[in-house]
Design a protein around this ligand. Structure first.
Ligand code: C5P
Length: 403
């Protein structure tokens, strides 16, 4: 299953390091060529000899071989690998990766690698749940690193909870699935709008909304995972994709988002997904100085912004797929269906604020999809990454129907 694949297994200093022996053995059995990098502390948990024997390659720990001065090039290791799998990954190594603390060969190789990266965290439940660790994982996830979630159960500390490294056979399963994926969107160009916009009132105040950019980021990742060339036009969102294979164009206002999205569409895009929560109105005048507090009421005149979806709907090229989003609080279905028609969309994704767990800032969403031919499909509450898979599956279906 993994024949010819070059995999670097990074082993850090956790008691779960003993499981990396099984992991390496299993990867080699599947046909992969494996090189192991260990941190200094990892050597206290499992010997390099064990991992060198199982991987059939010398284990690398130092930047230089202390015996003969030979350089272990993190650059060529990073380029050699088709996958970098760090298992177990300790809290310390995860935070070093997140913040670029390149003080050992393992982290330095991560910074030099161009291949996909998987990490399988292993630690005590409180360490795993600590905001520092969660922040590091969030940063890595945002950069496109795949987190192999730890399992819940008995931990080496004697405590019970989430933090135990996933079993080697489950990790190998994920690796096999990853290499077995089909690049169903290879050669396709995808344009996605994301996040809120910010409409200035004066130099320090603005109108905006709570859009986090999480849904658009999950869709962008899923598209890139399937081989598409992805560009995201993002407003000032909390979350943006930060991975090498996704281009991000930053904008602030609805007008800038409009200009940038139309420009990108005119350069060519086969699929356009308009996920951004674009402001519908912008202040008619922006004060050049900070507005002073007054005793009487203040009225701000608002002008409508340009509708990006409607404009692309007008200039849409034959065969291109245009997908919109609708976040509704009432008359959900009829509002979504009328937007589909009015903006000449091929598909609209509805999330209702009435559904718990759906909408802006959270990590889950519950959607309904409506199509041009009147068909619709509802989905249960899922993580935003699973929702992104459903959305992209349906876009692919539309594309194959159009052929
Ligand atoms: O009409 P409404 O704003 O609810 O429509 C939502 C859909 O239209 C979303 O896909 C959103 O990204 C898009 N939209 C847009 N430009 C606007 C307003 C909304 O592209 N100015």
């Amino acid at each position: 299953m993994l024949k010819g694949k070059h995999i670097i297994v990074g082993v850090t200093g956790s008691i779960a390091a003993y499981k990396s022996a099984m992991l390496v053995r299993s990867l080699v059995k599947q046909g992969a060529e494996v090189k192991v990098i260990m941190t200094d502390t990892a050597k206290k948990f499992i010997t390099p000899l064990t991992l060198a024997t199982l991987s059939k390659n010398p284990v690398l720990v130092e930047f230089f071989d202390p015996e003969n001065g030979q350089w272990n090039s993190h650059v060529s290791l990073g380029l050699w690998a088709d996958l970098y799998l760090i298992a177990p990954a300790t809290a310390a190594s995860l935070s070093k990766m997140a913040y670029g603390v390149a003080d050992n060969l393992l982290v330095t190789t991560y910074l030099s690698s161009r291949c996909p990266v998987f990490v399988a965290p292993a630690m005590d439940l409180d360490m795993f749940a600590h905001p520092s660790t969660q922040k590091s994982l969030e940063i890595l996830r945002q950069r496109g690193v795949t987190i192999v979630e730890p399992a819940a159960g008995e931990l080496a500390s004697g405590l019970d909870g989430k933090g135990r490294m996933e079993e080697p056979e489950k990790i190998v399963e994920q690796v096999v699935k990853f290499f077995g994926r089909k690049a169903t969107l290879a050669g396709k160009r995808v344009l996605i709008t994301s996040g809120p916009t910010r409409e200035p009132i004066d130099p320090v105040r603005y109108l905006t909304n709570d859009s986090s950019g999480k849904m658009a980021t999950a869709i962008a990742r899923q598209m890139a995972f399937r081989g598409a060339q992805v560009t995201v036009v993002s407003g000032p969102a909390a979350v943006k994709p930060e991975q090498k294979d996704i281009e991000v164009i930053d904008v602030i206002t609805a007008e800038q988002m409009y200009q940038s999205t139309i420009e990108q569409y005119n350069k060519g895009a086969d699929i356009v997904v308009l996920c951004a929560a674009v402001a519908d109105y912008t202040p008619a005048k922006k004060s050049s100085v900070k507005m002073k507090k007054r005793e009487d009421n203040l009225t701000i005149e608002l002008l409508p912004t340009k509708d990006i979806a409607a404009e692309i709907g007008k200039i849409k090229r034959q065969g291109d797929i245009l997908v919109g989003f609708a976040l509704e609080t009432d008359n959900e279905t009829s509002n979504a269906q009328s937007k589909l028609e009015r903006k000449n969309l091929d598909m609209i994704v509805l999330n209702s604020l009435r559904d718990p767990g759906a909408g802006f800032a959270g990590d889950t969403n519950k959607i309904n999809i409506f199509f041009r031919n009147g068909d619709s499909e509802s989905f249960p509450l899922k993580s935003k990454s699973a929702v992104a898979e459903d959305i992209v599956d349906n876009i692919e279906k539309l594309m194959s129907n159009a052929q």
